[in-house]
Design a protein around this ligand. Structure first.
Ligand code: ADP
Length: 165
């Protein structure tokens, strides 16, 4: 039984994230999507509860989501990794720009806990430009984000942006 952890802020989840989840679910017996606190991104636009709820709703759009679980954690990833007796950490790579930080993080996690291996999945070619911040920027100016995020969360995104205006 091989367990993978896919951590991220998911602020909000995009089709790029969903693609990584779906592919990881085919490779591992269990995938835990870990909605995490990232000290490098302290000001998430959506609350932890909203981000978890969006991931759960988005997973409803996937055919193969039976082995995907959603959880949250605000400490060291390796502590959660040990607690869940996981086998790998999954990361999505969009471009060289992701690589530097992700490579460093993978080395640090391995140093903190020797069993914490990181596996990188290359982003789907259609999602290489897609990011949560881009979605928020487009939605903030009233643009159409339906190609980028699951339709079940679009109204939540636009209405929160309206309230914050
Ligand atoms: P973080 O706060 O850790 O950067 P994100 O929510 O931005 O979290 O991303 C979580 C993971 O998903 C990271 O490994 C990131 O590289 C990957 N990712 C983000 N967007 C995409 C995408 N469009 N395609 C593939 N992977 C992606």
């Amino acid at each position: 039984m091989k367990t993978a952890i896919y951590p991220g802020s998911f602020d909000p989840i995009t089709y790029g994230h969903l693609d990584i989840m779906s592919r990881a679910a085919k490779l591992f017996d269990k995938v835990i999507v870990l909605v995490s606190y990232n000290p490098a991104k302290p000001n998430c636009f959506f609350s932890l509860e909203e981000r978890i709820e969006f991931v759960k709703r988005a997973l409803g759009e996937l055919k193969n989501s039976e082995n995907i679980e959603v959880d949250s954690h605000d400490g060291l990833l390796v502590d959660y990794f040990k607690k869940r007796e996981a086998d790998v950490i999954i990361k999505g790579l969009r471009a060289m720009s992701d690589f530097e930080a992700e490579f460093q993080m993978a080395l640090v996690n391995k140093d903190l806990f020797y069993k914490a291996e990181t596996i990188f999945l290359a982003a789907d070619v259609t999602g290489t430009f897609l990011s949560s911040s881009m979605v928020k920027q487009i939605a903030a100016f009233g643009g159409d984000v339906s190609a980028f995020v699951p339709h079940t969360i679009i109204t939540d995104i636009t209405s929160k942006l309206e309230i914050k205006k």
